[in-house]
Design a protein around this ligand. Structure first.
Ligand code: COA
Length: 244
């Protein structure tokens, strides 16, 4: 039973909709708990993840009423950073479909996904310093990896908001799609991913995210895949003229 998320389980994917429309889907402790439950589900039985938000907003940040009451102890627990890291490390690819605001922790949640799609009304930003805190759940390093230090610092230090066009131009989002088609397009992207060998996809993600392990990691992962029946049957199919 979830109170802040709508969770739809399918055979090859799980669709999660952040759903606290009365608070613009702000990420509170209950949502963090429920996102951890989703992670447990996907770690136990790896599937693709589609993450989106309800009612024309992705997420307007961490819940400011809760943040206001948190102290040093809670900051050190990394309440949001841990769940976002767990999402980033999910075995199979994750896609964020961002309609409307993705601010603060909401932006960081989107940054933690593997691929982002946006509607024309998407807005990414990290206004944390304006609230007297820093964006401590990934923006200070993930955003830099995604768009480079110069733009990341404009967002983090100068309150720059990236609209959908900016986000597309900077490569932060893969595509800008009318809001009404956003989920359909995200599912089509997941369909494309689902046609790949699941172990190949999983090891590619692991190796792509591996910190400085290359090329040893790549060779080890390839060694596993070279022995797989899936590889043999996919290559046999190609050589027999089948195209997927
Ligand atoms: N935490 C808690 N509540 C939030 C919230 C957040 N991050 N963002 C929005 N809400 C609540 C508002 O307090 C308001 O509640 P109320 O109806 O009880 O007054 C409700 O959601 C609607 O917000 P409102 O500001 O009226 O909506 P809007 O459409 O005019 O503006 C935003 C939307 C996203 C621009 C605006 O809500 C906003 O700036 N939110 C905070 C963004 C932020 O600083 N995030 C970083 C947090 S670390």
């Amino acid at each position: 039973m979830t109170t802040t998320l709508q969770v739809e389980e399918r055979d090859d994917r799980v669709v999660v909709t952040l759903s606290r429309p009365e608070a613009r889907n702000a990420i509170n402790a209950a949502m963090v708990r429920e996102l951890h439950d989703v992670c447990a589900l996907l770690e136990e039985r790896p599937r693709l993840l589609l993450l989106t938000g309800d009612s024309g907003t992705f997420a307007a940040g961490a819940d400011i009423a809760e943040l206001r009451e948190r102290g040093r102890e809670q900051a050190l627990q990394g309440i949001n950073s841990r769940v976002f890291d767990r999402i980033a490390r999910l075995p199979l690819p994750t896609v964020a479909a961002v309609d409307g605001y993705a601010l603060g922790g909401g932006a960081e949640l989107a940054y933690a996904c593997d691929v982002r799609l946006a509607s024309p009304s998407a807005v990414f930003g990290n206004p944390e310093p304006g609230l007297g805190i820093l964006a401590a759940a990934g923006a200070c390093w993930r955003l830099r990896e995604l768009v480079g230090a110069s733009v990341a610092k404009q967002v983090l230090l100068a309150g720059r908001r990236l609209d959908a066009d900016d986000a597309f131009r900077l490569g932060l989002v893969a595509e800008v799609v009318p809001a009404g088609d956003l989920l359909k397009r995200a599912h089509a992207l997941l369909d494309r991913m689902a046609r790949s060998g699941p172990l190949a996809l999983r090891l590619t993600k692991l190796v792509a995210d591996a910190p400085g392990g290359h090329p040893v990691t790549d060779d080890l992962a390839q060694a596993i895949l070279f022995e797989s029946d899936d590889k043999r049957s996919r290559m046999d199919a190609f050589l027999a003229g089948e195209r997927r």
